[in-house]
Design a protein around this ligand. Structure first.
Ligand SMILES: CC(C)(COP(=O)(O)OP(=O)(O)OC[C@H]1O[C@@H](n2cnc3c(N)ncnc32)[C@H](O)[C@@H]1OP(=O)(O)O)[C@@H](O)C(=O)NCCC(=O)NCCS
Length: 212
């Protein structure tokens, strides 16, 4: 049962700093410690990237807010970036990584994810979930599912496939929503003089048949 005070809304440019906060609090791993430490330069990188994403008409960026009883101080608890199906569209080039990011590791990981995306989906139009994050203190209350269901409903209506790169936290949630793991991308992350693996699952969901 989702939190009854949650509401799904389109994002606005004013929401972007809150999305960066959610990003840094939700995405915690030895990989993000190396590639996206919470520094001013990395924060700026995410804010500029999200502002650009918001201007792209192919993207649908959504937020879930918790409505407060007094009507003030609503909290942005989660956000997602969906990219609409566009025939012939391929993932864009990798960005320039900010100071403080292990650029070699980021290029290897995100380059391999991008290659996998192209290999699995080609130029066929499909829905793409590029980002999904919920503030840790609000996880398990249904916000992620609200954001996921938005795109999956459209994919079913349009009978389109959906693609995403599932993090270790996200993968079990996506399996529940009908995604299948097609490939895995793993990189070795240097941690305290050793190498620790980190991976994402390349996942595809076929549309549910339309009700007769
Ligand atoms: C993955 C993520 C977005 C899910 O968001 P969420 O708001 O917690 O999602 P929901 O509350 O809708 O939960 C979805 C399912 O996951 C489970 N779940 C998620 N977080 C949980 C938690 N902290 N405790 C218990 N169950 C949890 C629930 O069982 C739920 O299943 P159900 O519908 O059968 O009850 C969130 O865990 C997150 O932000 N993780 C870190 C960032 C990340 O890895 N994002 C995914 C990128 S691919």
């Amino acid at each position: 049962m989702p939190n009854p005070n949650f509401q799904l809304l389109p994002a606005t440019p004013e929401d972007v700093p809150a999305f960066a906060d959610i990003f840094f609090s939700a995405f915690k791993s030895h990989f993000s410690d190396q590639c996206f430490p919470n520094t001013p330069a990395v924060r700026k990188h995410w804010i500029q990237g999200l502002e650009k994403d918001l201007q792209d008409p192919d993207n649908i960026i959504l937020k879930v807010i918790e409505k407060k009883d007094d009507g003030n101080n609503d909290v942005i608890v989660a956000f997602a970036k969906w990219t609409k199906p566009v025939e012939g569209k391929k993932p864009g080039p990798l960005p320039e990584w900010p100071e403080g990011c292990n650029a070699q590791l980021a290029n290897e990981f995100f380059g391999n994810l991008k290659d996998g995306h192209v290999r699995l989906m080609g130029e066929k139009a499909h829905w793409f979930l590029g980002l999904l994050g919920t503030r840790p203190e609000y996880q398990g209350q249904g916000a992620g599912s609200m954001l996921l269901r938005y795109g999956l409903r459209k994919a079913d209506e349009e009978q389109m496939d959906t693609f995403l790169e599932g993090s270790p936290d996200g993968e079990p949630v996506y399996l529940k929503y009908g995604f299948e793991v097609r490939e895995r991308v793993t990189v070795m992350v240097p941690v305290d003089g050793t190498q620790k693996p980190y991976g994402n699952a390349l996942m595809v969901r076929k549309p549910r048949p339309l009700a007769a």
